[in-house]
Design a protein around this ligand. Structure first.
Ligand SMILES: *Cc1c(COP(=O)(O)O)cnc(C)c1O
Length: 365
């Protein structure tokens, strides 16, 4: 049984041709070749990149252009993720990764992408910036993917499908079965955004990369790793897709200081894991505490991320009340399927206690 199934899979993979999906102008492009790419040896006199040979104004010198392909950083990440260097792309935040995927694969004014709202807003904003149409296939009431509608929505112009798991703002994971179902039937590129994956019990979809040349898994150091200001997003995919993104990326898209600080940050996996566990504990604490306010919070949705989506009777009123108390939430009540909903990032224990105190006072008022 199993071998029959895998045979069928193999066949569909052999027929899958990524080049066919790459825009013609990108295929024809001769990319910019930077000085640091053309000559990488050390210990020479570098008179090739028009840097300031006397150095910069800081104690620490940043006067040389950084490694365009971030090899040290990728080495570290390849160990952490158990992937080869050639399966890794690093971007200036995942937002750059998303934008580059549009520019490799979507012909403006012609192709479309599929998104499943309510979800992360950048997929759609990026589509509009690139003049690419968006097909919206909303989640079902239970926030799971509407597989049959997604499959029915696919045509020759469907280039990318964005799935965010755990999903922002609903907080739930998507099942492997559902993701697999789409992957097996979609002749375009499927992107799984795991920005919140480190907070989830569900394993990463990275282990599906080997079987699916049309899969891109996107992660970030902005959430669980606590490095949002450094701006590092990661794309994991087959070598071919990575090569195409590399071809069009800005030459020095990750700054030298970011590369250095990120390398240091990645050494501290143990303390990051501790913080993740603390946030998961606080997520439970908030979920339980919200039960004390049935008049304010009708429902707290289960979450695999570091935020909670709550359904309220008066989102605008609660939102403004908390702003007055100095507590800022995210009003998601205008989103599809999110009527009355606020999104609450899990804070430190102290911050969460202050939020609960404020809700107690709101209930009394
Ligand atoms: C926060 C977030 C990101 C992170 O974006 P960066 O540009 O890497 O900071 C990506 N995807 C989703 C769904 C997010 O919520």
């Amino acid at each position: 049984m199993k071998s029959l199934e895998s045979k069928r899979k193999k066949k569909s993979i052999r027929n899958f041709n990524i080049e066919r999906l790459v825009r013609k102008n990108i295929r024809a492009l001769k990319s910019y070749s930077s000085a640091r790419e053309e000559f990488t040896a050390v210990g020479s006199i570098h008179l090739d990149a028009n840097e300031n040979s006397y150095g910069g104004p800081l104690e620490y010198n940043y006067h040389r252009y950084p490694d365009p392909l971030q090899k040290e950083l990728k080495k570290k990440i390849s160990t952490l993720k158990e992937l080869s260097l050639k399966q890794i792309f690093l971007g200036n935040g995942s937002d750059e990764v998303i934008d580059l995927l549009y520019r490799v694969f979507c012909r403006p004014g012609k192709d479309h992408v599929i998104i499943c709202p309510p979800t992360y807003g950048m997929y759609e904003v990026c589509a509009k910036i690139n003049d690419v149409e968006v097909k919206r296939i909303p989640l079902q009431e239970n926030f799971q993917l509407d597989i049959s509608s997604i499959l029915a929505g696919i045509d020759n112009y469907s280039r990318l499908i964005f799935i965010c798991s755990p999903n922002n703002p609903t907080g739930n994971d998507f099942t492997r079965e559902n993701v697999n179902e789409i992957l097996e039937h979609f002749p375009g590129i499927m992107i799984i955004d795991e920005a919140y994956g480190d907070f989830s019990k569900q394993p990463s979809f990275i282990d599906m990369l080997g079987d699916h040349p049309n899969l891109v898994v996107v992660q970030t150091l902005s959430k669980a790793w606590g490095l949002a200001a450094l701006r590092v997003g990661m794309a994991f995919a087959g070598e071919t897709i990575i090569q195409w993104i590399n071809k069009i990326k800005p030459p020095y898209n990750i700054s030298g200081s970011t590369q250095e600080l990120t390398l240091r940050g990645l050494e501290a996996k143990y303390s990051v894991d501790q913080k993740i566990r603390a946030l998961q504990k606080e997520r439970n604490f908030l979920t339980c505490s919200f039960l004390k306010f049935p008049d304010i919070i009708e429902k707290t949705y289960p979450s695999s991320a570091n935020f909670l989506l709550v359904k309220t009777k008066a989102p605008k009123k609660i939102y403004s009340y908390l702003i007055q108390k100095g507590i800022v939430l995210r009003d998601r009540s205008a989103e599809e399927l999110c009527e009355g909903c606020l999104r609450i990032t899990v804070g430190t224990h102290k911050e969460n206690q202050l939020l609960i105190e404020a809700l107690e006072n709101y209930q009394k008022s």
